[in-house]
Design a binder for this molecule. Structure first.
Ligand code: ADP
Length: 905
């Protein structure tokens, strides 16, 4: 444009004799044609870049300025003015000024003012008043003078009349209140009251045209003395267009700010730059996202990304908005606390002049509640179908563990957890201490499996008390792991990346059998009521599956155990139903009755065993079946020649019959009876003998002894030494026989005492024994000692004294020649019994004879070495055993013997 303009001036206009200018808004001459040289004696180039006003005589510069301004408003203005030439000579020219909106320049063409002649026009010599009049009337702007005291309009220029639409007479008949809208009258009246308010003041008013049209004007008022009157000279500039534009702008602005307010109130607003960096957020954004404005501004919008949507979702969004199109969609975001919120988002790209987005404004509405309810319905539907599926699965699989395993997957996916598992409990039968063992597990692909984690096997309840206690009380264990108190449980959960956990106990027949758990490793999930009830429902389904399996196992175990028992017992066993059909027949029955299982199972019992031949069995079994009572009998079974013991027990389905071959028992019973009979005989014979010996043998013996001593006394002189020796042997033998008989008598009397039990002080009893043996003790300088504090016993005194007498006597007797016997008695409290010992320092006994010496007439020495009958210890044994005690010996040859007595208290 500017090049074509220059072309225009330098070629087309170069031939014109009239002068042309192009003057910009700052009144700088941009173009002038060659006529400048001719008319103003300025070469064209000298003018370019200089102010147009420099060419105007100073007193007219304001006028020219006004004219230009007017041209800008009205398009074209004509004015007469003197233009200075290079020699500062005024050239009277008529200027035609056109404002070009497109080029933003004033095009000014000039003509020689024909009213003026000659180049050198004499300046009109005007009086000051005339100058004023001239300027006033020539001004392109409306000018009004009004009387400051009457407010009457007293003068105006043609521009004013043009603006207000009045004739001069009409206008000069008005006062200034009459060119105002009624409501502004008080304002203007108030304003005129002080002169100050009107001194050199720009003010904006509303003025009325004659047409009634309202216009906005900026007035510049100066108080002057006009023809002796105090008046106001008002320069009026119509700014209606500007004011309206401003008002429009204000309105528009107001509208926008109303929208903004509404938007801010109702939605979440953010602006990001082209790369997604947040540059603006409103309060709602901060509130919903949980981040402060400082945290958000400068961060990438990804800060609130929840990870819920896949990559392609955001790719699609970016493609749309970077193309400059609006994107709309539902997005799940995550706030600072980690909770999710759903928004309905509209993202509007703001485009630069190249149509490239330089920023994006995202307006979002929180639709979390709506989403949640949609989601809840969806989830609930999903959970319901999961329950149906699980029940189906439990039926489908034969293998219980497979069924549970498959169910875990369904449940885990339905409720979107990372892990579902089953632990079974074990209780130590001795300590009753509980342990948990992981048995089954399902894991989402994102989580780490824990089935092989050794920490989750044999996990003692004691260390995870906080976890077990609620379960044991039939309560769920629910926790957000990060907010748990420090404990072993927490450590275990953290090690498995668990963020949120829900565990439900399994009770079988009121017994804490195990538990099923659900882990969320992604978020600190708060379990909802319906989720918990869903998992409870499922757990109860799974529990009944476990129970069924357990019952089955128990049944199998019981069956196995039963058949094991039935097969392993030595008894023969068979079972019949109420129609006598044989339903069970064990191995032993096969071998005793000689009928194989295959031959008889499913057969009628009496078809195999003739009921007439077996009438006794038939009768007893029939009775047991009919009366529903057990029946036992023993019978000699002729066909096999054996004795049988038979027991028949009624069962709900018929009879269970046990029998065994008791021929062996029967035979030994018989033998035993015979032996007992013989034994009873020999015992009484022995007693008889002892009785006879005690009473009847003593008499002839005494006779033998006394006749032998008579023989020695009377015929001693007649007898030689040998005869005397024979008599001595004979009387010695009779003496010994007497001792034997006495001992034997003593022995036979044991247990036949008529004495009552009494309190016996063992110490006093030993004193007595020492008294009885005083002579021999003195002879041998022996010592008989006992421990202090020997007990008192409630017992038969004489037999006990006899025992100690015999033992101490033996201790004194069985000594090496010349040895000094030391005998010591002691007692030990065994709680329910006393253990007494009588220890000597004698010759000792070879262990080979420890038992033998307690048998009657058993001696280890001949009477030349040590006198005795061999009955003493037998008597001791009989007495002690009669008192329900025990007697035995321990000894070392050459060192001594200890006789032990154990007597119940
Ligand atoms: P007796 O003493 O009359 O021979 P006992 O029945 O009292 O009969 O003893 C049986 C045998 O046991 C004795 O002959 C003797 O050989 C042995 N005997 C008993 N007491 C002792 C003892 N204290 N030390 C060594 N041998 C003993």
């Amino acid at each position: 444009m500017s090049r074509s303009r220059s072309f225009f001036f330098n070629t087309l206009l170069s031939k014109s004799s009239d002068l042309f200018f192009a003057v910009n808004e700052d009144l700088v001459i941009e173009e002038a044609n060659a006529a400048s040289k001719e008319i103003l004696e300025y070469p064209q180039e000298d003018l370019l870049g200089t102010s147009f006003l420099n060419l105007i005589e100073p007193s007219k510069q304001v006028l020219v300025e006004d004219a230009l301004r007017q041209a800008k408003e009205e398009g074209e203005v004509k004015l007469r003015v003197n233009v200075f030439d290079q020699k500062a000579q005024g050239v009277a020219l008529v200027l035609f000024v056109f404002w070009s909106v497109d080029d933003r320049v004033f095009y000014i063409s000039t003509q020689k003012d024909s009213t003026q002649s000659g180049k050198e026009v004499a300046l009109p010599s005007l009086r000051e008043e005339d100058i004023f009049q001239y300027l006033f009337m020539e001004s392109p702007m409306p000018l009004v003078i009004w009387d400051f005291s009457t407010l009457q309009i007293i003068e105006c220029n043609p521009q004013a009349l043009k603006k207000y639409g009045y004739t001069r007479d009409e206008f000069l008949a008005l006062n200034i209140a009459q060119i105002r809208p009624e409501e502004d009258v008080p304002l203007i009246l108030a304003a005129t009251r002080t002169e100050e308010a009107y001194r050199n003041i720009y003010k904006r008013w509303r003025h009325l045209k004659k047409s009634g049209e309202l216009m906005h004007v900026d007035t510049y008022t100066k108080i002057i003395d006009y023809k002796g009157r105090k008046a106001a000279l008002v320069h009026v500039s119509d700014v209606t267009g500007k004011v309206e534009a401003e008002e429009e702008l204000l309105k528009a602005y107001k509208k926008v700010s109303d929208y903004k307010f509404a938007l801010d109130e109702s939605s979440i607003v953010a602006i990001t730059d082209a790369s997604g960096t947040i540059t603006y957020v409103n309060d709602n954004f901060c509130r919903v996202s949980g981040y402060s404005r400082e945290e958000l501004i400068g961060s990438n919008h990804r800060l609130v990304n929840s990870g819920h949507h896949d990559k392609s979702f955001f790719q699609n969004m970016w493609q749309t908005i970077s193309r400059g199109e609006v994107w709309r969609g539902e997005v799940m975001n995550r706030n600072k606390q980690g909770s999710f919120y759903w928004v309905d988002a509209t993202i509007v790209p703001f485009l630069n002049s190249d149509n490239k987005p330089y920023q994006y404004m995202a307006v979002r509405f929180d639709i979390t509640a709506k989403k949640k309810s949609e989601e809840n319905i969806l989830i609930k539907t999903r959970l319901l179908s999961a329950i149906a599926e699980v029940i189906g699965t439990l039926f489908q699989y034969d293998n219980w563990e497979d069924a549970l395993d498959a169910s875990f997957g369904i449940v885990g996916r339905a409720i979107s957890v990372d892990r579902v598992y089953y632990f079974e409990n074990y209780f130590d039968p001795h300590t009753n201490e509980g342990f948990a063992n992981q048995k089954l597990e399902w894991t989402a692909s994102s989580a780490r499996a824990q089935l092989d984690n050794p920490e989750l096997q044999n996990l003692p309840f004691a260390v995870i008390d906080d976890f077990i206690v609620p379960l044991r009380n039939k309560q769920p264990f629910i926790a957000i792991v990060s907010s748990m108190d420090e404990s072993v449980t927490k450590e275990l959960l953290v090690a498995q990346d668990i963020k949120s956990i829900l565990v439900l106990p399994i009770f079988l027949k009121g017994y804490f059998y195990g538990f099923i758990g659900f882990d969320d490793c992604k978020q600190e999930r708060e379990w909802r009521e319906y989720e918990i009830s869903f998992l409870k429902t499922l757990t109860s389904k799974l529990t009944s599956a476990i129970e069924k399996r357990k019952n089955m196992l128990d049944l199998q175990d019981a069956l196995r155990e039963k058949s094991h028992i039935l097969e392993s017992i030595g008894d023969a066993f068979f079972a019949v139903d109420k129609q006598w059909t044989v339903t069970y027949w064990n191995k032993r029955a096969e071998s005793i009755l000689g009928v194989r299982r295959e031959e008889i199972l499913g057969q009628r019992l009496w078809a195999v065993f003739d009921e007439k031949e077996h009438s006794l069995f038939y009768t007893f079994y029939g009775q047991s079946l009919e009366e529903e009572t057990p029946v036992h009998f023993e019978v000699f079974y002729d066909p096999l020649g054996v004795w049988l013991e038979v027991s028949s027990y009624p069962s709900p389905s018929g009879l269970s019959i046990y029998f065994k071959d008791i021929s062996g028992r029967k035979n030994s019973e018989e033998k035993l009876k015979k032996m007992n009979r013989e034994l009873a005989l020999s015992n009484s014979e022995l007693e008889q003998f002892a009785f006879v010996a005690s009473h009847d043998l003593q008499e002839p013996l005494r006779m033998i002894t006394s006749f032998l001593s008579q023989l020695e006394k009377r015929y001693g002189d007649l007898l030689d030494e040998r005869a005397k020796k024979y008599i001595y042997f004979a009387s010695d033998g009779a003496k010994r026989m007497r001792n034997i008989i006495l001992d034997l008598l003593e022995f036979s009397r044991v247990g036949r005492t008529t004495e009552d039990k009494q309190m016996v002080s063992l110490e006093a009893l030993l004193e007595e024994v020492v008294g009885l043996n005083r002579k021999i003790i003195q002879e041998k300088k022996a010592k008989v000692l006992w421990d202090e504090g020997l007990p008192e016993l409630f017992t038969f005194k004489s037999p006990l004294r006899q025992v100690f007498q015999n033992l101490i006597n033996n201790g004194l007797k069985y000594q090496a020649k010349g040895a000094v016997p030391i005998i010591n008695e002691s007692a030990k409290d065994l709680g329910s019994a006393w253990h007494f010992s009588v220890a000597d320092n004698g010759i000792g006994i070879d262990s080979e004879y420890f038992d033998k010496i307690f048998t009657i007439f058993q001696r280890l020495h001949n009477r030349e070495e040590y006198s005795g009958t061999g009955v003493g210890l037998a008597i001791c044994k009989k007495i002690i055993e009669n008192l329900d005690g025990e007697i035995w010996v321990t000894s070392e040859l050459g060192k001594g013997s200890i006789f032990h007595l154990k007597l119940p208290k």
